[in-house]
Ligand binder design. Structure first.
Ligand code: PLP
Ligand code: ZN
Length: 417
């Protein structure tokens, strides 16, 4: 029972049938959102989802734009662990802290939630070639799913992307073009022109499907909490597709009567490049350009302007009673070490969840009895130079000579065997 019915324009509310690979509204250029007939839903949706764990996030297909008969484009994405913490929760003064570990996705970042669904949808409509722009992780995810779907992929890569991210995109078989630009605004003008000329785009929000995949955060988290929402969800924000998608998922579950309240959404940016945080602090509904994306280690959330002024992500933050917070690079490295001590290796942008939560907690925006889900969005392995910078120094050099090793190790610690 698939509940997706049509696209609807954010601005002029025009309705467009779902059987076309539509991007922006033809009438007014507005962003499209996919509409669902939630009134037709039955409890069966959740029961069926619970029974289909072999297909990861595709088990939620009834609540995604998946035409009947669509073969899941499934590479292992979804159903990532929701971890309790050993030390971190107490350290932050939030014993109910849970870490959603999306570093375990097929390409090492949460981007796979969106691309799995969006590329699968495009394939079902016969799209043969497409493009996106990327600071690295989106490009790798897009290239992977496009390769599996037989779609020819072009990735325009921002110069903040490190060499290993760029190499991965190329390894997955995409055409890779390094992008020259001064501000994100120039990138949006370029990619919008391509979309309007008829090239199918996977740029967040211009593509109306990517954030649909992000709704599965809400489904997985609430299911794991016994069909309850957390009090707070923390997510790093670049374009805001992750946060907006999760928010849409929570609202759907509330509408379906499955959960009885919504979480407060906290979005985190890097101080050097935090246009959304500035807009939030000024109470604005859209964000103008601000900051310099090249002055932070947080490649994946760096951008001096969010697409379409970040209107959707700001709306989610205001409506939910949440916050937008900024963190410095030093906070990101510290958060990487804190997460490392929990067995989770995050790239700097992903550790922003923990750094931002620390900030929100110290400002009193999160209380000790809150249940908080902090998403770790991407693996440290994706940004090896930052991993090396964040890690504590090693502990010296020793010879393999038994006597020297034994002398250095001293007495073994007693254990209860
Ligand atoms: C893309 C990305 C983000 C930001 O996601 P948006 O949907 O653009 O807000 C955060 N963390 C990582 C690791 C990413 O790759
Ligand atoms: Zn319109």
């Amino acid at each position: 029972m698939n509940l997706a019915t049509h696209y609807i324009c954010d601005d002029c509310h025009a309705r467009i049938p779902l059987d076309t690979p539509a991007l922006l509204c033809r009438a007014c250029g507005g962003l499209l959102e996919i509409h669902y007939d939630l009134g037709r839903a039955s409890g069966e949706i959740l029961t069926r989802a619970a029974e289909r764990r072999d297909i990861g996030l595709w088990r939620w297909a009834d609540l995604l734009p998946v035409p009947p008969g669509t073969e899941p484009l499934h590479l292992g994405e979804g159903d990532t662990p929701l971890l309790t913490t050993r030390l971190l929760g107490d350290k932050l003064g939030i014993p109910g802290l849970l870490v959603k570990n999306d570093t375990l996705m097929p390409t090492g970042s949460f981007k796979d939630r969106g691309f799995s669904v969006a590329v699968g949808f495009a394939r079902s409509l016969g799209v043969r070639e497409a493009f996106t722009y990327s600071s690295g992780n989106a490009g790798a995810s897009f290239a992977t799913y496009a390769a599996r779907a037989g779609i020819a992929a072009t990735v325009l890569v921002e110069d903040v992307a490190n060499d290993s991210k760029v190499a991965a995109i190329s390894l997955y078989g995409a055409r890779v073009l390094r992008l020259r630009y001064r501000s994100s605004l120039e990138i949006f003008a370029g990619v919008s022109a391509l979309a309007e000329a008829g090239f199918y785009s996977f740029v967040n929000f211009i593509n109306p499907v990517r954030h649909e995949g992000m709704k599965t955060y809400a489904y997985e988290i609430c299911e794991a909490l016994g069909w309850r929402a957390p009090d707070v969800m923390v997510h790093p924000v670049g374009t805001g597709g992750g946060l907006w998608g999760a928010w849409k998922g929570f609202r759907e579950l509330k509408r379906l009567g499955v959960i009885d309240r919504l979480p407060r959404m906290i979005g985190v940016q890097a101080s050097a490049s935090a246009p959304l945080v500035r807009a939030f602090q000024n109470g604005q509904s859209t964000a103008g350009p601000h900051g310099d994306a090249r002055r932070t280690v947080a490649q994946s959330i760096a951008g001096d302007a969010p697409i379409q002024g970040g209107a959707r992500v700001l709306r989610a933050i205001y409506e939910s009673g949440g916050r937008a917070v900024a963190v410095d690079d030093a906070d990101l490295f510290e958060a990487m070490r804190l997460l490392g001590a929990e067995g989770v290796a995050a790239e700097p942008s992903a550790a922003a969840s923990i750094a931002g939560l620390l900030r929100a907690r110290s400002q009193g925006w999160v209380s000790p009895d809150d249940t908080v889900v902090a998403v770790v969005t991407g693996s440290a392995q994706k940004q090896p130079e930052a991993l090396v910078r964040a890690a504590p120094p090693t502990d010296g050099v020793v010879s393999a000579d038994p006597a020297e090793l034994l002398a250095l190790f001293g007495e073994p610690t007693a254990s209860d065997r």
